[in-house]
Design a protein around this ligand. Structure first.
Ligand code: TYC
Length: 102
């Protein structure tokens, strides 16, 4: 029979295995220079949206100042932000993409 200490450890291990990881929002910010078509293409490519969905998100950012592209675990969100920023810089657009904990 296990003692109290072992029992507590067993419960802590089970919790570590079953607790879902924190999720992060990837957020696109508006600016006055990045072309709308470029943002739509970017959303289709990096976030797997169809054209209608990508257009809705782009217009949300354009009108509200920001919009959510997707929600991911931390390392995936970091990769998405880095990919979007690199793609925008390659094309000399000032687009900003950030991540926020949910
Ligand atoms: N406001 C930009 C324009 O009118 C379009 C735009 C949308 C830019 C979303 C950035 O994240 C953005 N050309």
């Amino acid at each position: 029979m296990s003692n109290k200490h072992q029992e507590i450890e067993r419960i802590a291990e089970k919790r570590a295995k079953t607790t879902p990881p924190p999720l992060w929002k990837v957020v696109l910010l508006n600016d006055d220079f990045t072309p709308q078509d470029f943002v739509v293409a970017l959303l289709q490519h990096f976030f797997h949206m169809d054209e209608a969905q990508a257009t809705r998100v782009m217009l949300m950012v354009h009108h509200q100042g920001r919009g959510i592209c997707g929600v991911y675990v931390k390392d995936v969100a970091e990769t998405k932000v880095a990919q979007v920023m690199q793609f925008a810089r390659q094309h000399q657009h000032p687009l900003q993409c950030v991540m926020e904990e949910n």
